[in-house]
Design a protein around this ligand. Structure first.
Ligand code: ZN
Length: 147
């Protein structure tokens, strides 16, 4: 199995992105940030996605801090402006994206989340258990489509 947080599956062509330097994140900004996609830089760009940044910018602790700017400008700007209002991404969609770039094995397991066998096996699990890295690794290993 691929090392976690080293390989992604392109949302345009479906092929592996195994060089983080060739990965890019694109999203749409009209109204609010949305439709985040991980793609091969240039080759798989989508013209209707007007915002972009390098995939590596979203990785590690600094990347998590960058991800959070889409939810909150942070206390310094809030104190300066007197407001914490900003357009919000769709939270479920954004959580999926943040897990892809932050949680080990999420990307490998993600392609199996609609597998009927998996859905049956996890029907009585809570919202946290399946997304623990050890469990995600098992999902990626054991269910079709996660390899
Ligand atoms: Zn691609």
């Amino acid at each position: 199995m691929d090392k976690p947080l080293s390989v992604w599956y392109c949302d345009t062509c479906g092929e592996k992105i195994d060089d983080v330097g060739k990965g890019y994140v694109i999203w749409r900004s009209e109204g609010h940030p949305h439709d985040f996609k991980v793609i091969h830089q240039r080759d798989c760009d989508q013209k209707d996605h007007t915002s972009s940044a390098a995939l590596k910018d979203f990785l590690g602790p600094q990347g998590l801090s960058y991800c959070m700017t889409f939810l909150s400008a942070g206390p310094i700007i809030h104190n300066l402006s007197g407001s914490s209002d900003q357009p919000q991404p769709n939270l479920s969609e954004f959580a999926d994206f943040v897990r892809r770039v932050q949680v080990p094995y999420y990307e490998q397991a993600r392609r199996s989340f609609a597998n009927p066998e998996l859905l049956s096996d996890f029907s009585d699990w809570n919202e946290f258990g399946p997304y623990i890295p050890d469990e995600l690794e098992r999902i990626a290993r054991d269910y079709t489509g996660g390899r």
